[in-house]
Ligand binder design. Structure first.
Ligand SMILES: NC(=O)c1ccc[n+]([C@@H]2O[C@H](COP(=O)([O-])OP(=O)(O)OC[C@H]3O[C@@H](n4cnc5c(N)ncnc54)[C@H](OP(=O)(O)O)[C@@H]3O)[C@@H](O)[C@H]2O)c1
Length: 321
């Protein structure tokens, strides 16, 4: 039987790289689309055996080129997302106009499934530009086609993420650590491999016309996440509740001085809202899309040693008391 042909946008990111390997192992033929083949070609090429992966460089809004690569494809997966805006890379362009274009092309080319990754806990966050753009994207997709699957994950973590790895890098150098909203924001962290299993099962089960909230097995607050990371690193840091005004000041400085800001004002706004299921949609647990789910501290401990003194040679500290 001819293998299913899958188009993946945002394939060089955390979720994309893990997903490419899973899809290729399952005999799906993948076309990975990137903005910059010179920069990302090597990462992409090494995720699958030759013959199972094609790499295409396309500027996001080049409609003609996009239309061409949709021909003869069965499934389109959109993993493109940003955490901060820069020039034409606005939330509106990336989270609304781009997925809208992909949905239109999926419909025009009669694809079996259009799988789009949005985010969890954004319904109430109307004062966050990130959240409203993601919601706008979801609504546009639902208006355009019926063969959509919208995934709404909580925090996705792994050694390739930009969250646990960034926090551990900061914990290594900072003696104190700021927390916002007293660290009470709730998350349901899900490991990247569990997200990939969800997407694999959606394809195998040929699901359609559904939004799914994707969560890990534990409900953890931001403060608890920090404590788990500190415990994994075996270091002690003071967690200092930071007034919002000061936090916004830091965020403004980061936004104006850094290419990839550590924190933005919009992220601060988003942190006000719990990252938990809305109850409006089924979850991956309701739909039995995972055989088992990974536990946050167990997985983090598999890569946190890289941030410890001594790296791979670090030994667990012995409590002498
Ligand atoms: N990570 C999380 O905790 C989390 C939580 C909830 C939702 N999500 C959503 O899940 C999806 C995948 O997440 P991820 O963690 O795999 O994201 P990621 O690591 O940041 O990867 C996103 C990919 O999108 C592509 N991209 C295209 N235009 C971009 C632009 N203007 N700026 C930056 N990247 C651009 C990039 O690939 P090329 O450079 O090859 O084009 C990049 O590798 C995203 O939609 C994200 O919003 C993630």
């Amino acid at each position: 039987m001819k293998p299913k042909e899958i188009l993946v946008f945002g394939a060089s990111g955390q979720l994309g790289r893990h997903l490419l390997r899973k899809l290729a192992r399952n005999n799906f033929k993948v076309t990975a689309v990137t903005r910059n083949i010179h920069q990302k070609g090597y990462i992409l090429k090494s995720q699958a055996n030759a013959g199972w992966i094609d790499i295409v460089e396309i500027e996001k809004f080049d409609y003609e080129k996009l239309n061409n690569i949709f021909e003869n494809k069965n499934i389109c997966i959109n993993l493109v997302g940003i955490l901060n805006e820069k020039h034409r890379n606005s939330f509106d362009n990336i989270h609304y106009l781009f997925p809208k274009t992909l949905a239109e092309l999926s419909k025009k080319n009669n694809l079996d499934q259009f799988i789009h990754v949005s985010a969890l806990g954004i319904e109430d966050a109307i004062d966050s530009k990130y959240a409203s753009s993601k919601i706008k994207g979801e609504n546009a997709i639902k208006d355009i086609l019926e063969r959509y699957i919208i995934l709404k994950p909580s925090l996705i973590y792994s050694v390739d993420d930009k969250f646990t790895t960034m926090l551990m890098s900061m914990m290594k150098i900072l003696p104190i650590f700021p927390i916002y909203y007293e660290g009470k924001t709730v998350f349901y962290p899900i490991h990247v491999s569990d997200m990939c299993e969800i997407i694999e099962n959606i394809i195998i089960k040929n699901l359609k016309k559904i939004s799914i909230e994707c969560i890990g097995p534990e409900k953890i607050t931001f403060k608890e996440i920090l404590k788990k990371l500190l415990s994994s690193l075996e270091v002690k840091r003071l967690l200092i509740p930071t007034p919002l005004l000061i936090a916004k000041g830091f965020a403004s400085i980061f936004e104006t001085t850094m290419k990839k800001p550590l924190l933005t004002k919009d992220q601060l706004t988003l942190l006000k809202y719990d990252n938990s299921p809305s109850g409006n949609y089924k979850t991956n647990l309701d739909l039995h899309l995972n055989s088992s789910l990974k536990i946050f501290h167990e997985e983090v401990s598999k890569y946190s040693y890289m941030w410890k003194d001594g790296g791979e040679f670090s030994k667990p500290k012995v409590n002498k008391s």
